[in-house]
Design a protein around this ligand. Structure first.
Ligand code: GCU
Length: 820
């Protein structure tokens, strides 16, 4: 099987097996009802030509004359509704919404008609046809498919220097060294992926924006990006920095009511539209996380949003996406009622009705920040006169950063399906919103996103943006067939792992609505429950020695439950009615509080962490069965990541459990926590050239301690006698792999080497995970099926490098079937 890099994502168009191919009629030609080569209709025809060549092995010519259709039967004809009508071919009577399409494989004499309401619609129809063929699906169809929303965007958080905020897949494809890149190849490939899932716009730069985007060179660069993406039906938008008039324009203020400021933005807008006449709009992050904004100048958020909106009004349908992610990150936790989750409603509700028509308020799906579990943002129910757009995050910022795999479609579906009961009526969030955007972090890596499996999230996002009722299982099945193979074992394995991945991650990260218990003041990756509290960021857990959770009730807490419409508020206000998975989101309870399941909160924590980590151990084993069924390159890449995830899931399990067990002093009923029978702690081994250090946070290391070499020049050795009975074991080594060097390790039994490895995750994980010994850098490697004699001498030699001093935590000698 040919090795694959992943660059084509789900658009590989793998050749169909011969038996399937023969079921399909041969086509004679492709007729394109638009000769303009930059039109998405023409792109559609080219894509059909390429796809049919690759999937069915048919070489077809492109024709522009419909008259040829009779001579060329059966043909595939692609064009807009208007173009078909002009030729006397009427569309079906169904309603067409903007960008909708009609795919008819039964147009008579074997002909296929692909009609788009718009040029992009024609392209979507062509992709739909090809993706069916690529899955070996030749069922005749005659369908009209319409989008639920016009706003189907993604937002890259790319910086001009080429870095990507929360990016885990290499540098930006858009920017480098302060400027737009020269080579547009990846940008075009990216546009193809986006348009195949019917997305229509990309905001190309970080919401933490840099005004140097407005330099002459960069405006010309934006023009080149837009020109490259336009044939794929993708428009570009940009994020703006609120204080640009001061920092870039030399004005003394950025006050949105100041005439000079208004004129400055009008002028910039004119210059941008000269280069990009179909700019889709501006995204604005203001007065959030230290950013300036209208409040800085004693103006309202509406004053700010409207200034940009008015600047855009002369230019067609361009809009302002004004982000509701506005909050004060210096919140005083000692005030019981202080609650960041209240911020969006507090800041925006009273402004409802004051925004220009071309302003849409953009809300993260939850009121805090893309956690593993949150209640839906109450602002969805509080803006009755203003259009709102839902923001999700394909970037797995708080969900394992593409080093763990979490398929998020089921999470998004729960939110989109959530019924706000506005005025006592059905009000699912999917029906409230006027569109969606997602924070995306594709980079120049050939996997696009850092983990082949995680690209499924982009695919699912696109499908759900088009149709929020899309089924997560159907989507992942289709994606697996297109991305990997039609083989049912492949599809079934990927589907099951994917569908289990969110509950699994939730189990070993943060339960019962307490959020992802990651290090929120550093990289948002590994465990560090203490980091949530004691700072101004407001992602509180309010955990103390007896109780935990945020009291968001109206009766005794922050009043957040009361921001929901009455029927929903009544559920969240009442501890009896609040579902277990959101218990600690809304209520502060003793660790001994009994859940509906009958377990106490603390025992649920312990059990869930054991269950989640145990299930993560099954992922690499299940994946291993796909060897030979998919190409080896992608097989190995995913195998490595899943194995790494399984190890890090144990780090999560032990960190969180040890943290809370130390905090509340309530033991695990099953006596697992802090009781590891098969572990040899590094600090208990005979050391030479190694010294013992305390790890911060303590729970990131077994026993709170690790060993590091005494200098970065010479190796250290740690030795111990095996205290277990003779037999076959899996030997797992927990060590710390952080940035700053690549240590080398060798492990042996009685001087017989059983394994070697190096601390090179900084190259392999694709994200800056940590410079320290902590929950981010804690890592496990396992050597399987090792014959061990009782009394054997176990030895690890660590060779330090740079600032990485071959750190070691513990070694587990695990009988088959035990993971600890
Ligand atoms: C999170 C994220 C930041 C980002 C911010 C935002 O806080 O960690 O990197 O800038 O969200 O959405 O604006």
């Amino acid at each position: 099987m040919a090795l694959e890099s992943g660059i084509d994502g789900w658009l590989r168009y793998a050749e169909l097996p011969a038996d399937l191919r023969t079921k399909q009629d041969q086509y004679s030609g492709i007729i394109v009802l638009d000769g303009v080569q930059t039109s998405p209709v023409y792109t559609a025809a080219k894509e059909l030509q390429d796809g049919l060549q690759r999937i069915l092995g048919q070489t077809l010519k492109l024709e522009t004359l419909f008259d040829n259709v009779a001579a060329k039967q059966p043909s595939i004809v692609v064009g807009t509704l208007d173009a078909f009508s002009r030729l006397g071919v009427d569309p079906p009577p169904e309603e067409f919404k903007p960008d909708g399409f009609y795919l008819n494989t039964q147009a008579g004499n074997g002909n296929v008609h692909i009609m788009g309401e718009s040029e992009s619609g024609a392209l979507y129809g062509a992709f739909e046809f090809l993706m069916r063929l690529a899955q070996g699906n030749f069922e005749p169809v005659s369908i009209v498919d319409n989008p639920s929303a016009l706003i189907r965007w993604v937002n890259q958080w790319d910086n001009l220097d080429g870095s990507i905020e929360r990016g885990y897949a290499g540098p930006s494809i858009f920017f480098k060294d302060g400027e737009v890149v020269e080579d547009m190849t990846r940008i075009s490939q990216f546009a193809r992926l986006l348009s195949s899932i019917r997305l229509n716009a990309v905001v190309v730069n970080n919401v933490n924006a840099n005004p140097k985007l407005f330099s002459e060179t960069n405006l010309r660069g934006l023009q080149r990006i837009a020109d490259t993406m336009r044939p794929w039906g993708i428009r570009i938008g940009i994020s703006l920095y609120f204080d640009s008039p001061r920092e870039f324009g030399g004005l003394s203020t950025a006050d949105p009511l100041d005439p000079d400021v208004i004129a400055w933005w009008q002028d910039i807008t004119r210059k941008i539209f000269e280069k990009v006449p179909d700019l889709v709009g501006y995204t604005i992050k203001a007065n959030s996380e230290g950013q300036p904004g209208p409040l800085t100048y004693n103006r309202t958020l509406a004053d700010g949003a409207n200034m940009f909106a008015r600047a855009l009004q002369p230019y067609g349908d361009a809009i302002v996406l004004y982000r509701a992610f506005v909050y004060n990150h210096h919140l005083d936790e000692s005030v019981w009622t202080n609650d960041r989750a209240n911020a969006a409603v507090d800041y925006f509700k009273h402004l409802d009705g004051q925004f220009e028509d071309n302003v849409q308020i953009c809300l993260k799906w939850g009121p805090i920040d893309f956690q593993v579990r949150e209640a839906p943002s109450p602002l969805f129910a509080n803006l009755r006169k203003t259009k709102v757009v839902i923001e999700t995050q394909v970037a797995q910022e708080y969900l394992g950063q593409q080093s763990h795999f979490v398929y998020m479609a089921p999470l998004w579906k729960e939110i989109l399906d959530f019924d706000m009961r506005i005025d006592g009526q059905d009000s699912a969030i999917r029906d409230i919103v006027s569109g969606s955007t997602t924070v995306l972090n594709i980079g120049s890596d050939t996997t696009w996103i850092g983990h082949h499996l995680s690209l499924s999230n982009l695919y699912a996002y696109g499908r759900m943006a088009w149709n929020p009722l899309s089924d997560p299982i159907n989507m992942i099945e289709g994606w697996s067939r297109l991305t990997f193979s039609l083989n049912p074992t492949v599809v079934d394995t990927i589907t099951k792992i994917s569908m289990e991945s969110w509950p699994t991650y939730e189990n070993y990260s943060g339960n019962l609505g307490i959020q992802t218990l990651c290090d929120i003041i550093y990289t948002h990756y590994g465990p560090s429950p203490a980091s949530m509290d004691g700072n101004g960021w407001g992602q509180f857990t309010r955990a103390n020695s007896t109780s935990i959770g945020v009291d968001r009730t109206v009766a005794t807490g922050s009043g957040n439950a009361g921001q929901y419409p009455p029927e929903v508020a009544a559920i969240f206000e009442d501890i009896e009615k609040t579902p277990d998975e959101l218990l600690l989101w809304f209520h502060h309870v003793p660790y001994t509080h009994r859940l509906k399941s009958g377990k106490t909160v603390i025992q649920h924590f312990y059990d869930a962490h054991y269950e989640g980590a145990a299930n993560a151990q099954t992922f690499p084993k299940r994946w291993a069965k796909l060897k030979g069924l998919i190409d080896n390159h992608r097989f190995e890449h995913v195998a490595f990541k899943l194995e790494y995830q399984a190890g890090h899931a144990l780090v999560w399990r032990d960190s969180v459990n040890n943290f809370y067990s130390a905090k509340c002093q309530i033991p695990d009923e099953k006596n697992r926590v802090a009781n590891y029978q098969w572990r040899i702690e590094a600090e208990d081994m005979r050391l030479s050239g190694y010294k013992i250090v305390a790890v911060t946070p303590f729970e990131a290391a077994s026993g709170g301690k690790a060993i590091i070499t005494e200098s970065n020049q010479s190796p250290g050795t740690a030795m111990a006698k095996i205290p277990y009975p003779s037999g076959k074991y899996n030997i797992a080594v927990n060590y710390f792999d952080h940035m700053g060097g690549t240590s080398k390790y060798e492990i042996s039994l009685n001087n017989q080497v059983i394994g070697k490895w190096s601390g090179n995750l900084q190259e392999k994980l694709g994200h800056d995970f940590s410079e320290y010994l902590d929950g981010h850098s804690a890592t496990r490697i396992t050597f399987k099926g090792v014959l061990v004699e009782s009394g054997d001498i176990l030895k690890v030699v660590g060779q330090p490098d740079g600032t990485e001093l071959a750190p070691l935590d513990y070694i587990s000698i695990l009988p088959e079937g035990i993971v600890d």
